[in-house]
Design a protein around this ligand. Structure first.
Ligand code: BG6
Length: 544
């Protein structure tokens, strides 16, 4: 069965009148040839096989921040060790702090050591020698001329061929200003073969309107294909594996629809509370912090149609189509299909309202569960249940794909003591362990005839897991290659906000009864009721 409508004309396709005898016949042809597609594919993917050296000057705004030290610089070091960066690159860190290059390089060494690297090697010393520091006030346009001079000098020194990567890892209110100043103050390099790429950390707005405002500001200086909106979940091995699992296996993809799948469950569970991030988190909450970005991205990968080719444009086109068919709830449906929670206290664990920097009357949700419905041919009638929260039982991310039970259970004959056949469940373990598990029914190993669920498991072994690149390493590598597959495009972000805004709007009308869940549980009772109402249950349960 084909799910792709013959009338669709996604980007990269054109219609022509066809050559059949029926004058109304329309054919869909690919605009590019197979050779073009192969060339694109090879260009984008060749680094995965051979480490090709990439050239660029990086400019990090928020260059002394926690994320930069913990994730970004160690990831660059890994790319350096693998040969994706060699001699033609330089890194400039900026922030308001005053510091000289030497001190900055010491801090980089420490960040490498903290992430488990040896720093007494020639390799580490050489790598660190590519780092420079310039203090900078992002709101002062005049300061940009100093940065301009520095990156031009470094470009020449390291022969980076004019390629620039601007990484914004700081308070989001400055994103628009920085992007505009980069352009107006002449920091973007010019020429037919150079690239200028802008990488942005979340949050991308706090609702659709503010996200649009930000996007409009960015688009004055950068085209959509130059903007790389980070969603670190898209850099995770098993999230990337969703495409391989679906489109690499007839067995899986042929069943991947509402005829065979009863429901899909996505769980992003966190064990820790808000920690020291309350200033940010209390203004955000789980819906904005996790659902609008990470969960919507995972769901769109699960729900999308097969892309025409494995290229960023084709994959994004399908994700956008999926998100367009996600039902945006009216007030009544939003209230029924989404529930929220906030953690209470237990033993020496304070409740959320008594965590550092959280107002004692905070109504911010630390837990969300919801039901998503797609109004399209593939998914109509098959809900996606999602849940995420802080201070839950454990730290893990998983997707459970629950298949429909056989229409007839021939093993349930009158004298049989057999329990009804269990549903087949395909679980994608994202973290902490990576792997898949497929639950099937099989005969019990005895003389009678009963059935029992058994599991076919594939778990990536510990040795292999150690070699798995960190999400930020993959994503920085993708930026260097110019591959936007694992970044959120503006249409994706905007559909996700439109969906989430509606839930938020409804929640803002009503004072929640918080706290409503015990730390180390799987959230409030309402999350159980949400799914039980549909005569289903969460596949991952505590004490099962
Ligand atoms: C971030 C959120 O995007 O993702 C955090 O802001 C959350 O609140 C984190 O803790 C979870 O990421 P991971 O990779 O640890 O599952």
């Amino acid at each position: 069965m084909s799910f792709r409508s013959g009338l669709d004309t996604p980007s990269g396709q054109i219609t022509d009148p066809g050559t059949g005898t029926d004058p109304g016949e329309q054919r869909v042809h690919r605009r590019f040839s197979l050779t073009d597609t192969l060339t694109d594919f090879i260009n984008l993917r060749s680094d995965d096989l051979l480490a090709t050296e990439r050239k660029a000057v990086f400019l990090f705004f928020g260059g002394t921040g926690d994320l930069a030290y913990r994730k970004l610089y160690p990831s660059l070091f890994n790319l350096y060790r693998k040969g994706n960066l060699r001699s033609h690159f330089a890194v400039v860190g900026t922030s308001r702090q005053k510091m000289d290059n030497e001190k900055f390089r010491e801090a980089i060494k420490k960040s490498l050591a903290d992430s488990g690297n040896r720093t007494d090697s020639k390799e580490a010393t050489d790598f660190v020698s590519h780092f420079y520091y310039q203090d900078h006030d992002v709101t002062d346009a005049a300061h940009y001329s100093v940065l301009k001079e520095l990156i031009e000098k470094l470009d020449k020194k390291y022969k980076a061929e004019g390629h620039r990567i601007f990484y914004l890892s700081m308070a989001p209110q400055f994103f628009g200003t920085i992007a505009q100043d980069l352009k107006t103050q002449g920091l973007l390099s010019e020429g037919p073969d150079v690239f200028n790429r802008l990488v942005i950390e979340k949050p991308f707005g706090r609702d659709y309107d503010s996200a649009k405002q930000l996007n409009d500001a960015l688009s004055q200086s950068f085209d959509e294909n130059q903007i790389f909106r980070i969603d670190h979940y898209l850099g995770k091995e098993m999230i990337q594996n969703i495409e391989a699992l679906r489109f690499g296996n007839t067995l899986v993809e042929s069943l991947w629809n509402n005829r065979y799948i009863d429901n899909i469950q996505v769980t992003l569970s966190e064990k820790l509370g808000v920690e020291e991030r309350a200033n940010y988190y209390d203004n955000s909450g789980a819906l904005r912090d996790m659902v609008q970005n990470h969960i919507m991205q995972i769901v769109s990968l699960l729900a999308m149609e097969q892309p025409v080719a494995f290229t960023d444009t084709d994959i994004r086109a399908e994700k956008v189509k999926a998100l367009r068919s996600l039902r945006v709830y009216n007030v009544a449906d939003a209230a029924t299909n989404f529930v929220r929670g906030q953690y209470g206290a237990i033993n020496d664990q304070a409740d959320y309202r008594h965590e550092d920097n959280v107002p004692h009357d905070s109504t911010t949700e630390t837990f969300v569960a919801g039901k998503l419905l797609f109004d399209n041919y593939r998914w109509s009638g098959t809900p996606f249940y999602i849940r995420t929260g802080k201070m839950l039982a454990d730290k893990f991310t998983r997707v459970d794909v629950v298949f429909k039970r056989p229409l007839v259970d021939i093993f349930a004959f009158p004298q049989s003591k057999n329990t009804p056949l269990a549903a087949n469940v395909l679980t994608i373990f994202v973290e902490p362990h990576a792997g898949f598990s497929l639950q099937l029914n099989a005969k019990t190993n005895d003389t009678g005839f009963s059935t029992e669920p058994i599991k076919l498991d594939y778990l990536v072994d510990a040795e292999k897991s150690k070699e798995t690149p960190e999400p930020y390493e993959r994503l920085l590598h993708d930026v260097l290659k110019g591959d936007g597959t694992n970044f959120s495009s503006w249409p994706e972000v905007s559909y996700a906000w439109k969906f989430v805004d509606q839930i938020r709007r409804v929640w803002d009308l009503q004072e929640p009864q918080f706290p409503n869940y015990t730390p180390h549980s799987m959230g409030p009772a309402a999350a159980e009721e949400l799914i039980q109402r549909d005569h289903r249950e969460w596949i991952y349960r505590l004490n099962k």
